[in-house]
Design a protein around this ligand. Structure first.
Ligand SMILES: Cc1cc2nc3c(=O)[nH]c(=O)nc-3n(C[C@H](O)[C@H](O)[C@H](O)COP(=O)(O)O)c2cc1C
Length: 181
């Protein structure tokens, strides 16, 4: 069996938030042999994405984009851990996803073919009691996985407003236990 390598991309605008707490709870259940890499998008800010598909093409990624591209390609499983912001993924998370469009054109990366073998997962925290309001976020990730031919692992939802709240969401903590199984 291929060794699994999970890339956790933290998309909150604060440290130690509910989304990260929930993602770390779920990650505790990963088998010992599975690699984990955690990257906080606040530490790796990307420039705003510029659409150059139909002009002079995208420049080769550099700086934090190189780090994120290489980490993405190295993973078998990409976990987008973004809080729900205005019913969608956070801005740093969306910017990361937008850069995928540039990476699809990056010579020598074979981004599309290599993404197709991976699984995409989502983890999110939201303050609303109704999990249905997270559907735009889930749809973004689910449809992005489908576009790239990735497997869709699903989204783990937890409720909370201030950091730590999600630990009181007993449904979420229970779901975290077998999310990655
Ligand atoms: C900019 C912003 C937008 C938010 N939008 C929503 C929203 O649309 N729906 C919702 O239920 N909660 C919303 N919230 C609440 C957060 O989802 C909630 O506090 C969550 O626990 C934050 O995740 P974190 O602790 O991982 O940062 C928003 C919070 C912020 C800061």
């Amino acid at each position: 069996m291929t060794a699994r390598s999970f890339l956790f991309l933290l998309g909150s605008s604060r440290a130690d938030g509910n989304t990260e707490t929930l993602a770390r709870l779920a990650a505790e259940q990963l088998p010992a042999g599975a690699e984990q890499r955690w990257l906080d998008l606040r530490d790796l800010p990307l420039p705003d994405y510029e659409d150059r598909r139909h002009s002079d093409g995208h420049p080769a990624p550099d700086g934090h984009a190189t780090t994120l591209l290489e980490a993405t390609l190295a993973a078998t499983d990409v976990v987008i851990a973004s809080p729900l912001y205005w019913y969608a993924v956070s801005t740093p998370t969306k910017r990361y996803l937008d850069h995928w469009t540039g990476w699809l054109e990056t010579p020598g990366t074979d981004f599309q073919r290599r993404m197709a073998g991976k699984t995409l997962w989502g983890v999110t925290a939201l303050a609303d009691e109704d999990p249905a309001v997270a559907e735009p976020l889930a749809g973004t990730l689910r449809n992005s996985a489908r576009y790239l031919g990735m497997r869709w692992g699903g989204v783990l939802l937890g409720n909370g407003s201030k950091p730590g709240d999600v630990l009181s969401d007993t449904g979420a903590t229970a779901r975290a236990k077998d999310f990655f199984s």
